[in-house]
Design a protein around this ligand. Structure first.
Ligand code: SF4
Ligand code: SF4
Length: 396
């Protein structure tokens, strides 16, 4: 197989660093949403801030209690400006959600489960997750915990730490939804995680642990499903009776079944040029600058979002933590000097599409995976070169 198999080397830390920010900035689509609070209103933790106007409700909840400051422009990790409702944290965590803890999370039927999920605000790839589970016949539940990139270990870290709770939740999902087959997919080289799962999985006979060895950039859901059950689902797994969740989704569902209230945190995995990798449990909409100060990240660092090979470099000053920011990669800014191409052929060898990024042949097939950029011994910024070449191609 083409692509690249990164050396696997990870030590899990079972510590989670929890952080409560001075204020949060909640992204709201002002054109298509009903916004509930006004400036200076007092907001309870867990209160609805906004929901869309359509039939399928997508809720935004407040992760803190405090007063609404105003509407303020912030940026997401891609550098795009987003309109946010700013709330000042009073650190009281005042909440009106008091439903108590559910001792037995098996104690739901399909209807009560979907109802709970519908109100939960839990999303998968920006869509309410209850839609995934609303299909009548779920043949396959696939939990994708496969990670193969350096410094990207959010899902495997959460699974390592909460393995007991998460296996139980997957079993509950199988039970409630009468699912025929369930796969939990992990990286075959991740011995620590596999040992941990195997020490708890024996009682869960319906969960099949699958150890895969896939080269980057083939670690996506569509490719994994094709390898696993030989089905092409073309962007719509539900049409083939498949539900695919990641570990964060399962953790959110676990919290919902157990506490019957919204989960007000995001997880963020931070690795790279820091003392020790950190799994952070933080409030949605936390200003990134507060985390950078908390982690004592050096001034000359480059901070990359989500993927060390092709993720955007973050300008931390005005950026907030959004649902789509899962990993922060901290690299030393060593101002690499590039030299000329030495025709080593490595970029072509590892590119999934056999592309030489300095020519325009087949360049339209490029998925911007960043592998050539990473592999090039001359440190040529090939991603930028590809963009320049594509921009110069005649427009169709
Ligand atoms: S040319 Fe494009 S698809 Fe090929 S390795 Fe480079 S970024 Fe990835
Ligand atoms: S990897 Fe870099 S140096 Fe080697 S052929 Fe490709 S562009 Fe040239």
């Amino acid at each position: 197989m083409r692509g690249y198999n990164f050396k696997y080397n990870i030590l899990y830390d079972s510590e989670i660093l929890e952080y409560k920010p001075t204020e949060v900035y909640l992204e709201v689509d002002y054109n298509h949403s009903i916004i509930i609070p006004k400036k200076n209103d007092y907001i309870y933790k867990g209160a609805i801030i906004a929901h869309n106007k359509g039939e399928i409700k997508n809720y935004t909840y407040s992760p803190i209690s405090g007063n609404v400051i105003d509407t303020i422009d912030k940026t997401n990790e891609e550098g795009n400006i987003i309109k946010c409702l700013a709330i000042e944290n009073d650190y009281k965590e005042n909440s009106k959600e008091r439903k108590g803890i559910k001792e037995n999370i098996y104690d739901y039927d399909k209807n009560s489960f979907i109802e709970l999920l519908r109100e939960s605000g839990i999303k998968r790839e920006n869509n309410p997750i209850y839609l995934d589970y609303s299909i009548s016949n779920i043949n396959y539940l696939v939990i994708n915990a496969y990670e193969c990139l350096p410094y990207v270990k959010l899902n495997s870290s959460i699974l390592y730490i909460y393995v007991k709770e998460l296996l139980k939740t997957i079993d509950v999902l199988i039970d409630i939804n009468k699912i025929n087959t369930c796969y939990l997919v992990v990286n075959a080289n991740d011995k620590l995680l596999i040992d941990k799962i195997e020490s708890y999985i024996a009682t869960y006979i319906n969960i099949k642990l699958v150890k895969m060895n896939i080269n980057y950039p083939f670690d996506n859901n569509e490719y994994i499903i094709k390898e696993l059950i030989n089905i092409d689902y073309h962007n719509n797994p539900g049409s083939k009776g498949i539900v695919i969740n990641d570990v964060v989704n399962i953790y959110n569902i676990y919290h919902l079944l157990k506490h019957r209230k919204t989960f007000n945190y995001n997880f963020l995995y931070v690795d790279g040029n820091i003392n020790k990798p950190k799994l952070l449990k933080i409030k949605k909409g936390t200003p990134l600058i507060e985390l950078i100060n908390l982690l004592h990240i050096k001034d000359n660092s480059v901070i990359i979002a989500n993927n060390p090979l092709n993720g955007p470099h973050i300008d931390v000053d005005n950026t907030i933590v959004t649902d789509s920011l899962n990993n922060l990669i901290i690299l030393e800014n060593n101002n690499d000097i590039s030299s000329s191409c030495i025709n080593c052929g490595k970029c072509i060898k590892y590119c999934p599409y056999n592309i030489y990024p300095l020519s325009n042949k087949n360049i339209n097939k490029c998925t911007e995976c960043g592998l050539c950029n990473y592999i090039c011994p001359s440190r040529i910024d090939l991603c930028n070169k590809i963009k320049e070449i594509i921009n110069e191609l005649p427009k169709e």
